[in-house]
Write a protein that binds this ligand. Sequence first.
Ligand SMILES: Nc1ncnc2c1ncn2[C@@H]1O[C@H](COP(=O)(O)OP(=O)(O)O)[C@@H](O)[C@H]1O
Ligand SMILES: O=C(O)[C@@H](O)C(=O)COP(=O)(O)O
Length: 425
Amino acid sequence: MLLGVIADDFTGASDIANTLAKGLPGEGGLAVTQYLGIPKSPAAASVEAGVISLKTRSAPVEEAVAQSLAALEWLRAQGCEQFVFKYCSTFDSTPEGNIGPVGEALAQALGAKGVIACPAFPTVGRTVHQGYLFVHDQLLSESSMRHHPLTPMTDANIRRWLGLQTKTPVGLVATSTVRSGAASVRKALDEAAADAQTLVICDASVDEDLVTLGTAAAAAPLLTGGSGIAIGLPSNFIRSGRAKGSLTPFTGVEGPAAILAGSCSSATRRQISTHAQNHPVLALDIDAIMAGSFGAQEIVEFVERHAGQAPLVYSSDDPAEVELLQTRYGREKLAHRLDGLFADVARALLAKGIRRLVVAGGETSGAVAQALDLEALTIGPEIDPGVPILAEADGRIALALKSGNFGAPDFFEKALKMLQNGAEH
Ligand SMILES: Nc1ncnc2c1ncn2[C@@H]1O[C@H](COP(=O)(O)OP(=O)(O)O)[C@@H](O)[C@H]1O
Ligand SMILES: O=C(O)[C@@H](O)C(=O)COP(=O)(O)O
């Protein structure tokens, strides 16, 4: 294994696995496997990039650090030469963490300073200018991310926000330096290192900026960022002859299907209303769930009753209702209960022979994937930017784990078709 990625949630892991598998146009990507948690056995010899999905984005800081270091150890034991810490393109974190503490702990373990920190993902509108993160034409703090149920993002100055989380000062490499080329970026990162800066926010607003950052970091032990930071990395390995440059084939999986959505993001809510126009949907009654009068069994019955019609079950709600429910039940208790419910539903559906499953939301996907006890998934074609098809090696089940904010309004129908037919939907 050449490249090891530690991702702080499961959808984010799919997102960067997709970037690495795709590579640059005309060059091909790396042979990527997404692991669900830290594997218990060694990786297959054919794997060039291993992406470990953790569920540490909203975990207590010490737990997130410990799990990330354990993932680093496993990847080191597989022979990785370089490591990436993948977090969200909207920098999902709180003033306590976990981007800062995990980034600093990994850097310390690898003896790295002047480490790139760049959440930019221009394809989906995430760009960084002078250390300020934009979501399309809005500052992060003016976007719908200010209402996120677990990590409300209220400051777009991510250098300042990250500074609240770190022990060492946070640097900045601005666009003017990035546009001067990889050598200038390298020099700026070396200067940052000499100045005791561990993490350095790097501006990027187009893919070419990210390729420049990737080239500048060809020999760096550690990079951190969104999936965009990986755009230039396969090239480093392919051009130096260390990787072949390949595309993973996927032929499709036939059989029962379902969609589960726990994401409350505006993109997911739009996808739910689009899907509801011509498919059966079940909106969960949260009060009934919290009272124990409605649960996994009723949900599975709904899915079975609508077999063949792409049934969708969702807990998603608008920010005002989410706030109300959180006040009523407590933010963590509610999220824990809903994540657990989706996990129970997924386990029951798998036992009943589900073959295609689409899940919306990072925390929700983490809970579901853990419940399904899947260890390693290969990466198939991209459904929408940042969301690939995932398949178990033995072909038992194909999945799409969709980041809350990703995907076009018709994502759910398109995803189920692609899980069935491969790239031809
Ligand atoms: N109606 C709801 N009210 C409050 N919290 C909810 C509701 N529905 C889902 N949640 C919780 O909100 C969180 C959404 O996070 P996540 O699944 O990561 O979605 P996203 O990818 O949009 O961030 C989950 O922990 C989920 O359990
Ligand atoms: O970087 C991104 O935006 C995604 O890969 C991601 O991590 C999104 O997380 P969720 O919205 O919690 O799924």
